[in-house]
Ligand binder design. Structure first.
Ligand code: LLP
Length: 425
């Protein structure tokens, strides 16, 4: 569920009329509802048994400082994949001892930063990384807690590009290698291997998809323990999906979260381990929208293009994953409003800049404001300034208040990043 609802015909984020936000910062603009972030985090944390078990919010889904600060106050940790994400988590008040560092290609300076900060855990994905991390920790007189990310050869997810658990995917160490690397790590003074991690994919809406991977994980823990290795932590990654295609009005209970927690209990119950989780989309996906304004209608014999002021640089998911986002008008249409089909497109100079094809909507006129729903995860965090379009602002709502947590990038910011070369000859 989420906190974007019509009131007296106008779309609100919590207690704030979205038109007030557009009046203040213009369009396009990302708007996040703290209440939804809080609700989803609390539901998830309770279901998986936090704080005994640990929730590391996947920063990649939405790295806005206001969003991170909201989660920090709820007790969330952070799952990070770059030094930039670690720095953002720290800046938002998530302490190092609640941060894990994942990723296939961590660079030496990033590992050094993580070790110096004293983060909770590094999720190691290759033997080369194991050795590098050991060296970096030893040089600093530290012993870094780490887990091995295992590739369970069980892929799942809403799109081939976001499936990670198959052996054909680049992620993780194979099952067969885990025992050998565990044994090697035991002799490395800079590292303490605390357990194993996995992450099989994203936008998984049927928890049954996790079961084979979790069964393999259990078998692995038992094998490793049989070989005398300590396994005190199990990190399940993220991946739980959200409903993208539920039109207004709707309500959605915490059924998926409960099914997931139930599955883990059933498959891994009785193993004495601390459980870690890295949910991203589930926490913030339905907590955010991208508000856009209709610019032009371009009627053709076979279709009508609706050109809006947001584009694929602002929200790339439809172009990249053929993702579906609901589009709601900010002014609630009458129940019997005339409908029309539109191809909703942005201003960018490629055909891929299409948000929806043949979408049936209440008639739209230039100037109307619309919201791409469920854009809180992998929306702003994947945006760019392609076509030299400034990054759009991000606004966090809490109750009846809103705060511009990221102002719109200015043209001076945009151009000032570059330097005009000065040649010596
Ligand atoms: N942990 C690891 C190691 C991950 O690679 C990911 C996501 C997560 C946690 C969080 O997964 P989530 O709970 O959000 O599914 N840009 C794509 C999604 C990419 C997901 C990448 N990894 C999209 O817009 O659908």
């Amino acid at each position: 569920m989420h906190h974007f609802q019509y009131r007296d015909g106008a779309l609100f984020a919590e207690e704030v009329d979205l038109r007030d936000i557009v009046a203040a910062v213009g369009s396009p603009v990302y708007v996040y509802a703290s209440a939804t972030i809080t609700r989803h985090y609390d539901l998830f944390a309770k279901a998986v048994g936090a704080p005994r078990n640990r929730v590391f919010y996947a920063v990649k889904a939405n790295a806005n400082l206001g969003v991170l600060q909201t989660l920090a106050a709820l007790g969330a940790g952070a799952d990070t994949v770059s030094e930039g994400e670690i720095r953002k988590a720290l800046a938002a008040g998530i302490p190092a001892e609640r941060i894990v560092f994942s990723g296939v290609g961590k660079m030496a300076h990033e590992l050094a930063f993580a070790v110096e900060q004293g983060i909770y855990q590094v999720n190691i994905e290759t033997e080369g990384e194991l050795d590098l991390l050991n060296r970096i920790a030893v040089e600093r007189g530290k012993r870094q807690a780490a887990v091995f990310r295992i590739n369970p050869d069980v892929g799942a997810g809403g799109h081939a590009k976001i499936t990670t658990g198959s052996s054909d995917n680049k992620f993780g160490i194979s099952f067969e290698e885990a025992g050998r690397l565990y044994a090697r790590a035991a002799n490395l003074p800079g590292i303490r291997i605390a357990g194993v991690a996995t992450h099989i994919g994203s936008q998984i809406t049927d928890v049954a998809a996790f079961e084979p991977a979790f069964r393999r994980l259990r078998a692995l823990v038992e094998t490793l323990r049989g070989e005398g290795h300590g396994v005190e932590r199990l990190d399940f990654g993220g991946g739980l999906g959200i409903p993208y295609d539920v039109p207004y009005p709707f309500s959605q209970g915490p059924a998926l979260i409960e099914a997931y927690a139930g599955l883990i209990e059933r498959v891994l119950g009785g193993l004495e381990v601390e459980r870690g989780f890295e949910p991203g989309r589930l926490i913030v996906g339905n907590a955010g929208i991208l508000v856009t304004q209709a610019l032009y209608l371009n009627p053709r014999p076979a279709r009508t293009f609706l050109v809006v002021d947001a584009a694929m640089n602002d929200l790339v998911r439809p172009a990249m994953y053929d993702a579906y986002h609901e589009i709601w008008p900010l002014r609630e249409p009458a129940a019997d409003a005339e409908r029309q089909r539109y191809d909703v497109v942005g201003p960018i100079c490629e055909t891929g800049d299409t948000f929806a094809t043949g979408r049936s909507m209440a008639r739209v006129a230039p100037g109307d404001l619309l919201a791409f729903m469920s854009a809180g995860a992998y929306g702003a965090s994947m945006s760019s300034s392609y076509n030299q379009r400034p990054l759009v602002p991000e606004v966090l709502v809490r109750g009846g208040e809103f705060f511009v947590t990221r102002p719109r990038q200015t043209y001076d910011d945009l151009i000032g990043q570059d330097r005009l070369p000065v040649w010596s000859a």
